[in-house]
Write a protein that binds this ligand. Structure first.
Ligand code: NAP
Length: 300
């Protein structure tokens, strides 16, 4: 249980609702900022404005997956008010308070560093990234079905990158009957791809490996699907770019060549917000419990 913990949940999308539900079930006391248009009420949670929050009593702040934008604004889809997080707010927090976000940016990194408070980026954790790859791939399948007139079964799929998302993409498309090739740059990744029964290629040979590609799924967050690579693809190829914004595809050139290329950010929050929220809530509760236990041990 999280009895006695005071937590401010600031902004976010439908994923945050599952986090709020689970935290209140664990008996934490919540202040909800940026949720005034939400009809639902949660026992143990009060909707407040950011100006009404007493930061000095908060044990944790929970931000949306994106954290803030480059100017400190927090996304609030359940509110029309603009909410900004500042260094001055963080300085008022107790020293032990933890700030949670999915990812970060230089603004959030800087204000937490200057305020000398702990920032935990949940998406940097392998467990969160691997669990999150499941709804990501389900969303990818949905997009592929929506944007093709052929089956995944029997099609030539090129997956770029064998990280936490790439593994799940490759395995799932293989299970659906696609002929899957995976491009990577490390020899251990080439070995793993081969072990998985898939066709491996080095990314240096990307251009020669996309000549028969029906679907290209990129997970590499750097410019990789360049104009030169796209020029070698058949014109019916569908490119789905899962890498974080701005993706790794030359979208301008793809459009020029008449190849459909789609940047597909935040799929878990779109196709399975409840599951995506549960993934985050489970880790949050574990970390908050550990922190609570540590503080209790220090006090005794
Ligand atoms: P990851 O585990 O770090 O994997 C990244 C992959 O990219 C690795 O195979 C890595 O290979 C490769 N890579 C990175 N830089 C490279 C470069 N310069 N050249 C060649 N290969 C490079 O990351 P992940 O968790 O799989 O996530 C992949 C991307 O998807 C991220 O941008 C993440 O934000 C995004 N994502 C999107 C969604 C969505 O809904 N669209 C959901 C989850 C994640 P090495 O090991 O050789 O570096």
């Amino acid at each position: 249980m999280l009895t006695g913990m005071q937590i401010a949940v600031i902004g976010g999308d439908a994923r945050q609702l599952e986090i709020i539900r689970q935290l209140t079930e664990h008996d934490a006391k919540l202040s909800l900022i940026g949720f005034e248009q939400l009809d639902h009420a949660f026992t143990g949670a009060t909707k407040e404005k950011i100006t009404e929050i007493d930061f000095s009593v908060q044990d944790a702040l929970i931000l949306p997956v994106r954290g803030t934008d480059a100017k400190g604004q927090v996304d609030t889809i359940f509110s029309s008010e603009k909410v900004f997080l500042t260094k001055e707010m963080l300085e008022k927090l107790p020293q032990h308070a933890i700030i949670f976000s999915g990812i970060s940016n230089s603004y959030l990194d800087e204000i937490t560093k200057e305020a000398d408070r702990r920032l935990i980026k949940l998406f940097e954790r392998d467990d969160v990234a691997i669990y999150n790859s499941i709804p990501t791939v389900e969303g990818t399948i949905m997009m592929v079905i929506q944007h093709t007139d052929f089956t995944i079964h029997g099609s030539n799929v090129a997956v770029l990158g064998l990280g936490r998302v790439g593994v799940t993409v490759a395995r799932t498309f293989q299970a659906l009957g696609a002929k899957v090739k995976v491009g990577a740059r490390k020899s251990e990744h080439i070995a793993r791809i081969t072990e998985m029964g898939l066709t491996a290629f080095h990314l240096n040979d990307l251009e020669s490996n996309v000549k028969d590609t029906d679907i290209c799924i990129n997970t590499i967050p750097t410019s990789i699907v360049t104009a030169s690579v796209i020029s070698k693809m058949p014109t019916h190829t569908l490119i789905i770019d899962l890498a974080s914004k701005p993706g790794g595809t030359d979208f301008r050139y793809a459009e020029k060549r008449g190849i459909k290329a789609l940047l597909a950010p935040s799929l878990p929050g779109i196709v399975a917000p409840k599951t995506a929220g549960q993934i985050l809530a489970n880790v949050l509760i574990k970390l908050l419990r550990e922190d609570m236990k540590k503080r209790e041990e220090n006090q005794s």
